[in-house]
Design a protein around this ligand. Structure first.
Ligand SMILES: [Zn+2]
Length: 437
C-alpha cells in the first residue's frame, strides 16, 4: 500500500509529512478536509488544500488514468481565505495609453500567505457595483490565491454619513489632464497627449523585457529620471550620461556605468522588439514580427501606406490605422529621430537559413519541454516557416505536449483528432516537416 511505502521511507529517515492519515470511509475523508480547512493556519507553512489518494496500490492499478490525471488521486482546494480590513482610500493610476485604473489603499492585512495593502478595483463601474467607500471595512481575498481582490464592504460596520466615492475628474499627473470616459468604454482616460504619467509608463514599457529589455531601467529609475527632467520620451534615454545618473538618489559610479552600458546594448535589438517597444496601440509581438519580416526595416514601415500595412498577414486594418496615426504625430517622429541619431539599429531582422519545411503548418505547443523554453519552441517553428498559434483549431497541424499541459488545448486536440506529439515527435517534425510514423 501507499501507506506502507511511506512508512518504509520514514524508517530510512526521509522526511514524511506527519499529518498524513489513512481513513476508512468517505465520511472520514470529508471530516479530514474540513478539519484542515479550519486548522490550516496552525501549520508553520501555507497550504491551499488537501490531496486524497487511494491507499491500495492494486486498486490504483485497476482504476488507471484518464487522459490527464490518475483516477485514484484528487485534490480538495480550500475556498479562498477572506479577511476584513479598513479601506483607507481609493486612488487612481494612469497607464501608458492613458487608461485610468482605480485601486484600493488598504490597512495592511495578512491574507493567503502575504501582506496585502493594495488591490485593483478595475474601473468606475466595479467600484459602484461593489459600493466600496473610503472609510469602509472591506472583505479582502486572493483570487486564485494570487491576486488580491476586494470582495465588498461590511455594511454593518459602515460609519454614519460615509459618502460614495466619486471618480476624480482630473489626472493625478502634474499637469492635471482632463479625464474622460469615451462612449461605450468601461475605462476613464487621461486625454492629455503630454501627460507625464503616461509618458513615464511608455518609457517603462519601452525598457521592459518584452521591448528593448534594458536591465536596470525599471519603474523606480524611470520615475527618478522623469522627476529630474532628464527624459521627455523614450528616445532621451540614449543620451543619458554617467554624470547625469550620478545626480540621482541611490546611484553610484558602478551602477551608473552599468546602466549606460545596458542602454547602449539595447541599440542592436531585433526589429520586432523595437516595434513592440514603441508601444503603439494594438501592436503586439506577433504583428511586430510580421511587419519586420514583410518590410525589413523601420523606415519602410513608416513610409508604407495604410493598405500595404493592412495586407500583411497578421496585421490587418485596425493595427494599420493605428500605425499610420502614431507615425504621423510630430512627437513620435522626434522620438524616432533621437533613436536614429543615437545609432539604434532600425533593420535588425534575423533571416533564417533553416529549411522552410513548416510553411503553412500551425503547431501549438503546450506545457513545458526539456530542450526548449516557450519562446525557443515558437522560434524553432517560425524559423522553419511555420506558425505557432496559442489555441487549437481545425487548422492545427499538430499539438506538442510537454509537462503540465493546458487542459483545454489537450481536450480540444482530442476532440478534433489533431495529432498529439511529445518532445521527440516535435524534434522529428522540426527536422523533416512531417509527422512521425
Ligand atoms: Zn494625465
Amino acid at each position: 500500500s501507499h501507506d506502507s511505502s511511506l512508512e518504509f521511507l520514514r524508517d530510512f529517515s526521509f522526511p514524511v509529512n506527519p499529518n498524513i492519515e489513512v481513513v476508512e470511509s468517505l465520511a472520514q475523508v470529508i471530516e479530514f478536509c474540513q478539519k484542515w480547512q479550519k486548522d490550516r493556519h496552525l501549520l508553520p507553512y501555507e497550504i491551499d488544500g488537501v490531496a486524497i489518494k487511494v491507499n491500495d496500490l492494486q486498486q490504483r492499478e485497476t482504476l488507471g488514468f484518464t487522459a490527464r490525471a490518475p483516477r485514484w488521486a484528487i485534490a480538495f482546494k480550500f475556498p479562498p481565505e477572506e479577511r476584513t480590513t479598513l479601506l483607507k482610500d481609493i486612488q487612481i493610476s494612469v497607464g501608458r495609453t492613458g487608461r485610468v485604473t482605480p485601486f484600493a489603499v488598504l490597512e495592511s492585512v495578512f491574507v493567503g500567505g502575504s501582506n496585502v495593502a493594495m488591490a485593483t478595483l478595475h474601473n468606475e463601474d466595479q467600484v459602484r457595483l461593489k459600493d466600496v467607500r473610503p472609510g469602509d471595512t472591506v472583505t479582502v481575498r486572493k483570487a486564485g490565491d494570487v491576486i488580491p481582490e476586494v470582495v465588498g464592504p461590511v455594511l454593518a460596520l459602515r460609519p454614519d454619513g460615509l459618502e460614495p466615492w466619486v471618480f476624480p475628474s482630473v489626472c493625478p499627473c502634474p499637469i492635471k489632464g482632463e479625464l474622460l470616459r469615451p462612449e461605450g468604454e468601461v475605462n476613464m482616460r487621461c486625454v492629455e497627449t503630454d501627460c507625464p504619467s503616461q509618458r513615464d509608463q511608455r518609457i517603462i514599457y519601452f525598457a521592459s523585457r518584452g521591448g528593448m529589455d534594458i536591465e536596470g531601467l525599471g519603474e523606480r529609475t524611470v520615475y527618478q529620471l522623469s522627476d529630474a527632467a532628464l527624459v521627455g520620451d523614450p528616445g532621451d534615454i540614449y543620451s543619458l550620461t554617467v554624470e547625469q545618473l550620478l545626480t540621482l538618489d541611490g546611484f553610484a559610479q558602478k551602477g551608473a556605468e552599468k546602466l549606460v552600458v545596458a542602454i547602449d546594448g539595447s541599440k542592436t535589438r531585433p526589429l520586432p522588439k523595437l516595434l513592440t517597444a514603441l508601444g503603439i496601440k494594438h501592436l503586439g509581438p506577433g504583428a511586430s514580427e510580421a511587419l519586420a519580416t514583410a518590410f525589413g526595416n523601420l523606415d519602410d514601415i513608416m513610409n508604407a501606406n495604410e493598405d500595404d500595412l493592412a495586407t500583411v498577414d497578421g496585421v490587418g486594418g485596425v493595427i494599420a490605422a493605428s500605425l499610420i496615426s502614431w507615425f504621423a504625430k510630430s512627437e513620435n517622429k522626434s522620438f524616432i529621430e533621437k533613436m536614429r541619431t543615437a545609432g539604434v539599429e532600425f533593420g535588425n531582422v534575423q533571416i533564417s537559413r533553416l529549411p522552410q519545411n513548416l510553411v503553412g503548418k500551425n503547431i501549438v505547443v503546450t506545457g513545458s519541454l526539456i530542450d526548449f523554453d516557450r519562446e525557443g519552441a515558437e522560434r524553432a517553428i517560425k524559423d522553419r516557416g511555420g506558425k505557432s498559434p496559442s489555441s487549437v483549431s481545425k487548422k492545427t497541424f499538430a499539438v506538442v505536449v510537454g509537462g503540465e499541459p493546458g487542459a483545454s488545448k489537450l481536450t480540444k486536440a482530442e476532440e478534433l483528432g489533431i495529432p498529439i506529439l511529445d518532445e521527440l515527435g516535435f524534434q522529428h517534425v522540426l527536422e523533416t516537416g512531417e509527422l512521425p510514423q
